[in-house]
Design a protein around this ligand. Structure first.
Ligand SMILES: [Zn+2]
Length: 308
């Protein structure tokens, strides 16, 4: 019998220590597993004092991951212990099994982890539909709450960090997004785009060697104050964006020169007729674009890159 209980424990809870399976009840729709802890006592969660003074016990019924299309419910007997530390504010406490239960948890840790993974992959509504397919249907709010309760990931400090702004409400409220340029993954979001916030974030990560940013003055000030050891560079997107704007502006300023030269170009003989189209015609837009992109033989001057 003990051998059977040990095999059931290894089968049902391979990663949970100090529990024993007392019985297993299987019917058409449900699997009910009787479990209890085998330790003599438990540590107080507040002062971590070991206690074997049992105050009482009761049953918990945490939902578990389905098995063979059946709902699995644990019938877990837990004990309430008295903390022997007279100065501790926690007079009694309930034992928890790491990897199996948590305080006030309605689900086992592995079911909680499964639902969190579904939430991360599918988010609320689609995640809730998937949980119903798996036989552990929960609401979309529950899926999102489980995702929200996950611990914050702690990504390694980037060596090259990109800084830019993002809008939570365009024109009204902006924050700062920080990206690991080498891994191309966002690292953090700051709730504003103040120099002091950026400086404080950078100061906590002395390993940053390069700050890649646009020409916003608050980013320049924050990067200088927070990471004086880092090289500051303009990011490629803003360089190309500003260059293209400057080139377009220069060509646009020389449109008159292009129109004078246009009749001499045999490829544009039909242009006067098209130019007579109404201003709202898409042909007109097309010709204007052609004018601006055609090679001009005169000196267009030196394009200037305008800071944002
Ligand atoms: Zn205590």
């Amino acid at each position: 019998m003990d051998d059977l209980a040990a095999r059931l424990k290894d089968l049902l809870f391979p990663s949970v220590a100090n529990v024993v399976v007392l019985s297993l009840d299987v019917n058409i729709a449900t699997v009910r597993v009787d479990v209890r802890c085998t330790t003599a006592g438990a540590s107080c969660p507040l002062c971590e004092t070991w206690s074997e003074r049992v105050h009482g016990s009761y049953l918990r019924f945490p939902a578990d991951v389905p098995s063979g299309g059946r709902i699995v419910v644990l019938r877990l007997r837990v004990r309430r212990f008295t903390c022997p530390n007279a100065s501790c504010g926690q007079r009694t406490f309930v034992e928890q099994r790491p990897g199996l239960t948590r305080h006030h948890g309605q689900r086992t840790e592995r079911l909680r982890s499964t639902l969190s993974d579904i939430g991360l992959a599918l988010a609320g509504r689609a995640g809730a539909r998937m949980t119903r397919e798996l036989g552990v249907g929960v609401s979309r709010s529950t899926v999102l709450r489980l995702v929200d309760a996950l611990p914050e990931p702690d990504p390694p400090a980037p060596r090259v960090v990109g800084v830019d702004e993002y809008a939570t409400r365009k024109g009204r409220h902006y924050g700062t997004v920080l990206v690991d340029v080498e891994s191309r993954r966002p690292v953090d979001l700051l709730p504003d785009r103040e120099a002091a916030s950026l400086a404080a974030w950078l100061a906590k990560r002395p390993g940053i060697e390069v700050v890649c940013r646009d020409r916003a003055p608050f980013f320049a000030e924050g990067a200088t104050a927070g990471a004086p050891q880092a090289v500051q560079v303009a990011d490629r997107w803003h360089l190309w964006h500003n260059l293209s704007e400057a080139a377009e502006r220069s060509v646009s300023q020389h449109r008159r020169c292009l129109r004078v030269l246009a009749p001499t170009d045999p490829q544009t003989e039909a242009e006067p007729a098209l130019a007579a189209e109404p201003a709202t015609s898409p042909w007109m837009t097309s010709n204007r674009f052609a004018d601006r992109t055609r090679t001009c033989p005169v000196d267009l001057g030196r394009p200037t890159v305008t800071p944002r």
